[in-house]
Design a protein around this ligand. Structure first.
Ligand SMILES: Cc1cc2nc3c(=O)[nH]c(=O)nc-3n(C[C@H](O)[C@H](O)[C@H](O)COP(=O)(O)O)c2cc1C
Ligand code: SF4
Length: 427
């Protein structure tokens, strides 16, 4: 049986990102259907029925998020989160490069459901081809009467505004994204109030990930029930998984949720480089806790199964680590990133991420001292749950899980002043 595909127009031809290619494969028919035959509430109902959960990392049910918004408010905003800064995550870039129109159609459908007249796409500043393809798609869509005033000759009007980020990972956090969009420094805010109540320019605002929104056209074409019938029961549909690291064929794979993690690594990605053994997997982007190779035996790619194994599905960025990799040095790469990206607004994160980076840097330099691991553990527990946004947790989880799972490697490094893998390192 062929597997269901929500992302159907990718790389089939060199021009698969164009309007004619998208339309040739049924593109914008969902928008036609919604505007001509459905009320805005019907669109929301289909999304609720589908069971779609946000693809940005937290997995919040999309229909519920939409239901919190007062659609009678004089202004409602929609912001598409295209910041994609989490290391190991590259699925949204793939959507932009291959089929920006699918996202544009998803944005329009969400805007119709939510009574939005101005939708924003906040795109990561470093994305170049994605940005150009998105602008091209919007230009084509405007010319074809699909974006702007009286879309497809109906009463529905909506403009889409693209905003390039400045390269800060924290601006992917929703409240920080909105602050940045308003022209201020991208500091996250305490919640409540949640954006659905008080968001952009104090108006009710929905923030959804690129993949989340790009899934809506399929749901409207085939029905929420059909989507709910795909994949795992509590985490329905298909999902884009980006596999990187020590595999023979890294890349993006669309699979139904509930798909075996081992299968995607060993069959779809051709197994581990050089025929080596699998040492570890970071299953959902660099902030999610690491799993040892043997721990993924029965793990399937849905929120419940990955949580049961001790990690999180996150953004679906799967980082594969082969035997022979030094986990101490790998952790240093991650801690350096999070320390650099902390916005510095709250003390546990600002000081804690810097401390973790300093202590791990000292260990890697061969100057670790007895008590460093306990010190790191104390810092992680001081950060977790005590910060304004989840970047603090994102920085702490890799440190806590790496030490828990690979303590012997850290102890060896501190005792001998070098890695137990020196001379045969992969990274
Ligand atoms: C530090 C940090 C960075 C984030 N970066 C992104 C991002 O790049 N893209 C994204 O969609 N969500 C990101 N999120 C999650 C968003 O805050 C938000 O939950 C998401 O955009 C909601 O969309 P969804 O419901 O469609 O998943 C980030 C969260 C944090 C704490
Ligand atoms: S947790 Fe870190 S990134 Fe988030 S607001 Fe606090 S200092 Fe800034």
């Amino acid at each position: 049986m062929t597997e269901p595909r929500v992302f159907f127009n990718f790389g089939i031809t060199d021009d698969s990102h164009t309007l004619s290619a998208y339309r040739g494969r049924g593109g914008y028919q969902a928008l036609e259907k919604a505007l001509r035959t459905m009320q805005p509430l019907d669109v929301e109902k289909e999304v609720t029925t589908s069971g779609l959960r946000g693809r940005g990392g937290a997995g919040f049910p999309t229909g519920s998020k939409w239901s919190f918004v007062d659609k009678k408010s004089p202004v409602v905003y929609l912001c598409c989160n295209a910041d994609e800064g989490e290391p190991g995550t590259f699925k949204d870039r793939w959507i932009f490069e291959h089929n920006s129109h699918q996202l544009v159609e998803g944005v329009l459908l969400a805007a119709y459901a939510l009574n939005v007249r101005h939708a924003f796409i906040y795109i990561r500043g470093e994305f170049d081809l994605s940005y150009r393809r998105l602008l091209l798609a919007l230009e084509e869509a405007r010319e074809a009467g699909l974006v702007g005033e009286r879309i497809l000759g109906t009463e529905f009007s909506c403009d889409i505004i693209v905003h390039q980020g400045g390269g800060a990972y924290v601006c992917g956090e929703e409240s920080s994204l909105l602050t940045s969009l308003e022209g201020f420094k991208g500091y996250p805010k305490n919640k409540p109030p949640f954006p659905a109540v008080k968001g952009l320019y104090q108006a009710p605002t929905v923030i959804n990930n690129v993949e989340t929104l790009a899934t809506i056209p399929w749901i409207i074409t085939h029905g929420g029930g059909a989507y709910a019938g795909i994949g795992a029961q509590n985490n329905t549909g298909t999902k884009l998984f980006g596999i990187s690291g020590h595999v023979n064929k890294p890349g993006i794979h669309e699979r139904p949720t509930g798909y075996p993690l081992k299968k995607i690594i060993f069959e779809d990605c051709g197994g581990i480089l050089g025929g080596k053994a699998l040492k570890a997997v970071i299953p959902g982007g660099s902030s999610t806790p690491v799993l040892k190779g043997f721990e993924i035996e029965n793990v399937t790619l849905d929120a419940e199964s990955v949580i049961k194994a001790g990690s999180m599905l996150g953004s679906g960025g799967i980082i594969v680590i082969a035997e022979g990799t030094c986990m101490v040095r790998l952790l240093q790469v991650l801690t350096r990133f999070y320390a650099h990206e902390s916005c510095g607004q709250c003390t546990p994160c600002r000081e804690g991420t810097a401390w973790m980076d300093k202590v791990i840097g000292r260990i890697v330099a061969g100057q670790g001292v007895k008590g460093d691991l306990e010190r790191l553990e104390a810092v992680t527990s001081g950060i977790m749950g005590n910060t304004v946004c989840a970047l603090g947790d994102a920085a702490s989880m890799p440190v806590a899980s790496f030490i828990k799972k690979f303590r012997d490697e850290f102890e060896y490094y501190i005792e001998h002043g070098r890695s137990m893998f020196d001379g045969r390192l992969e990274i």
